[in-house]
Design a binder for this molecule. Structure first.
Ligand code: GLP
Length: 243
């Protein structure tokens, strides 16, 4: 079931998302957080860092699982999702490094690493899974056509995703990795609660596909129509086609 909240600005979206995240942390100090990359969650991470600094909210008993990681770039690459998460969040909170899980995409056998990640995340239940959405409706790196029963796997990135993400790779699509290790749709759906944030006009079609179109792997975010507890926080531009 979706609860949709529409805000005027990116800043307000981030603050509203923080309230949802904080409620989970307040209830359970050893919460299992599912975290996401992309530019959209950065404002929420800044709110979490500020709150940690000012109010002392602690992450020392928290466990985290990230959604995805590029295949074929080293973990310490400036654009790896491992680096992103440290730079945008983990370096500023007190979550122990051994509580942090980010899929490993730099190994010899990414399929085996994907299977190992799925086995690890299965030992837990994610209390809240944060998601962004791709302009083609993907969640994590589950591109159109990915089956809803998929678990963590190696995915081929859609050309539109490569084009979207080339802004982080010197605007050069040939530098963008073409594959990723990603949690599957079924992995994501096991989370107790989902928090999805989307802003900007280039997300309006994807948001429509998730909320209003018939459930279909053409827009993998539409799988969330079957989840019991999804909070969707949008700005007006991303909500333009669902209002
Ligand atoms: C990437 C990530 C997704 C993310 C999407 C949108 O493809 N794998 O998890 O939701 O980008 O990113 P942004 O928030 O930068 O638009």
């Amino acid at each position: 079931m979706f609860k949709v909240i529409i805000k005027d600005t990116y800043d307000e979206v981030s603050k509203e998302a923080f309230k949802v995240m904080k409620a989970v942390l307040d209830e359970k100090k050893d919460a299992v957080l599912g975290l996401a990359t992309g530019s959209t969650p950065i404002g929420l991470y800044q709110e979490m860092i500020k709150d940690h600094k000012e109010n002392g909210t602690s992450y020392k008993d928290v466990i985290t699982f990230n959604l995805d990681e590029y295949v074929g770039i080293p973990q310490d690459h400036r654009e790896s999702y491992y680096t992103f998460m440290h730079k945008e969040l983990f370096d500023y909170i007190d979550c122990p490094e051994d509580h942090i899980h980010v899929p490993y995409g730099a190994g010899e056998d990414p399929e085996a690493d994907a299977a190992a990640y799925e086995a690890e995340i299965k030992k837990y239940q994610v209390d809240i899974q944060l998601l962004g959405i791709g302009s083609d409706g993907h969640i994590a790196f589950n591109e159109p056509g990915t089956p809803f029963d998929s678990e963590t796997h190696v995915a081929q990135l859609a050309q539109s995703t490569i084009d979207d993400n080339c802004r982080f790779f010197d605007n050069d699509p040939s530098q963008v990795p073409t594959k990723a290790v990603t949690q599957g749709i079924a992995t994501i759906m096991r989370a107790k609660k989902i928090l999805l944030v989307a802003t900007g006009a280039n997300k309006a079609d994807a948001v429509y596909g998730m909320l209003k179109a018939e459930k279909s792997t053409d827009c993998t975010a539409s799988a969330l129509q079957d989840h019991e507890d999804v909070v969707v926080i949008l700005d007006k531009a991303a909500a333009a086609k669902v209002n």
